[in-house]
Design a protein around this ligand. Structure first.
Ligand code: NAG
Ligand code: NAG
Ligand code: NAG
Ligand code: NAG
Ligand code: NAG
Ligand code: NAG
Ligand code: NAG
Ligand code: NAG
Length: 252
C-alpha cells in the first residue's frame, strides 16, 4: 500500500504522466545591447496537449511574468506561442535583462519547464567631452556596460594620475563614467580611453583624441564675445539714426 502511494506521489511530482520532457531550449544565449532578442522553447509531445497555462518567469524577479494570453505583461517584453514553440521577445536588451528565464507550461496531464541563461555583450554608449573648468578637460562615456575606468595619455605619456574618475550606475544597469583631467599647458592634445575589466585584466575598449581649447571655459572670452555683439548692435543703431536724420534733413 505504502509503495503504491509513494509511486503515485513520484508520478505526480514528475509532472508529465509519461515522464516526457515537453519544453526544450538551448541553455545559454548572448544578447547584443539594445538589439531585439528572441528566446525560444520548443514544444514537443507525442500526445495531444491540452494547455491550461503557458508563461515565462525570471529567476529572482518575482514581478516578472509574460503570458501570451494576457495584455498585462512586464513592459519591454512580448511573448507568443504556437503549437511548436513558446517565445519571449526582449525588445531593447539592457544589463538588467540578464539572468535566467523559465518557460513554463501546465497541461491537463501535468506540467513542464525549461530554462535559458541569458547574458549580454558590451554596450558602447555615447561619448562626449567638454571643458570642466579653465584648465580641466572632461571626458564622459554614458550608458556603457560593463563598468570601467578612464585612462589619459599625452602621446606616450600616461597622465592618468592627474585625473579623477567617477562612475554612476543607471537604472537599466549601464554606467555613466566620466573623468576630469587637470592639464598643465593649453593647446594640448590628449587621448582619453575607456578600459573595461575582463577576466581580471583591464583592456582598452574605446579611445578618443581630444583637444584642449585655448581659454575655453573661462568667463572673460565669452563676455568679450557678448560685449562685441552689443557693440555691433549699437553701431547699427547709430548708423540707422544717422540715416534717418540725414533723410529728414534732405527732405526738409
Ligand atoms: C527549436 O526548433 C527550431 C526550429 O525547428 C530549431 O531550429 C531549434 O534548433 C530548436 N531548438 C532546440 C533547443 O531544440
Ligand atoms: C503571435 O503569433 C501570431 C501567429 O503566428 C501572430 O499573428 C502574432 O502577430 C504574434 N504576436 C506577436 C506579439 O509576436
Ligand atoms: C549563465 O551564464 C553565465 C555566462 O555564460 C555564467 O557565468 C553563469 O554561471 C551561468 N549561470 C547559470 C545558472 O548557468
Ligand atoms: C592617440 O592615440 C593614437 C593611437 O592610439 C596615436 O596615434 C595618437 O598620437 C595619440 N594622440 C595623442 C595626442 O596622444
Ligand atoms: C601632474 O600635474 C603636476 C602639476 O600640475 C605635474 O607636475 C605632473 O608632471 C603631472 N603628472 C603627470 C603624470 O602628468
Ligand atoms: C596609467 O596610469 C594609471 C594610474 O596612474 C594606471 O592605473 C594605469 O594602469 C596606467 N595605464 C597604462 C596603460 O599604463
Ligand atoms: C547618465 O547620463 C545620461 C545622459 O546624459 C543622463 O540622462 C542620466 O541621468 C545619467 N545617469 C546618472 C545616474 O547620472
Ligand atoms: C553671452 O551670450 C551667450 C549667448 O550668445 C549666453 O549664453 C551667455 O550667457 C552670455 N554670457 C554673458 C557673460 O553674458
Amino acid at each position: 500500500m505504502l509503495v503504491i502511494m509513494a509511486f503515485l506521489i513520484v508520478l505526480l511530482l514528475s509532472g508529465n504522466t509519461k515522464g516526457e520532457k515537453v519544453l526544450h531550449a538551448f541553455q545559454n544565449q548572448i544578447m547584443n545591447c539594445n538589439e531585439k532578442t528572441v528566446l525560444q522553447c520548443n514544444i514537443s509531445s507525442s500526445m495531444q496537449l491540452n494547455i491550461v497555462d503557458i508563461y515565462w518567469t525570471k529567476h529572482e524577479e518575482k514581478g516578472f511574468k509574460c503570458d501570451p494570453r494576457s495584455s498585462d505583461n512586464t513592459p519591454g517584453f512580448e511573448c507568443n506561442y504556437t503549437r511548436e514553440a513558446l517565445t519571449l521577445t526582449i525588445l531593447y536588451p539592457t544589463p538588467v535583462n540578464m539572468g535566467t528565464y523559465f518557460c513554463c507550461i501546465r497541461m491537463d496531464s501535468g506540467h513542464g519547464k525549461d530554462q535559458i541563461n541569458v547574458s549580454l555583450g558590451e554596450c558602447r554608449g555615447e561619448f562626449s567631452q567638454q571643458m570642466a573648468g579653465p584648465k580641466q578637460k572632461e571626458c564622459s562615456f554614458n550608458s556603457v556596460y560593463p563598468d570601467g575606468i578612464i585612462n589619459w595619455f599625452h602621446y606616450d605619456k600616461n597622465v592618468t594620475s592627474n585625473s579623477t574618475v567617477t562612475s554612476l550606475k543607471n537604472s537599466d544597469g549601464t554606467f555613466n563614467i566620466s573623468s576630469i583631467l587637470n592639464i598643465q599647458d593649453n593647446e594640448e592634445r590628449y587621448n582619453c580611453s575607456l578600459w573595461s575589466l575582463n577576466n581580471g585584466q583591464y583592456f582598452k575598449y574605446q579611445e578618443f583624441e581630444v583637444e584642449v581649447e585655448v581659454d575655453a571655459g573661462s568667463s572673460p572670452i565669452s563676455s568679450t564675445g557678448n560685449i562685441s555683439t552689443q557693440h555691433c548692435l549699437s553701431c547699427t543703431h547709430l548708423l540707422l539714426a544717422l540715416m534717418f536724420s540725414l533723410r529728414k534733413y534732405l527732405s526738409l
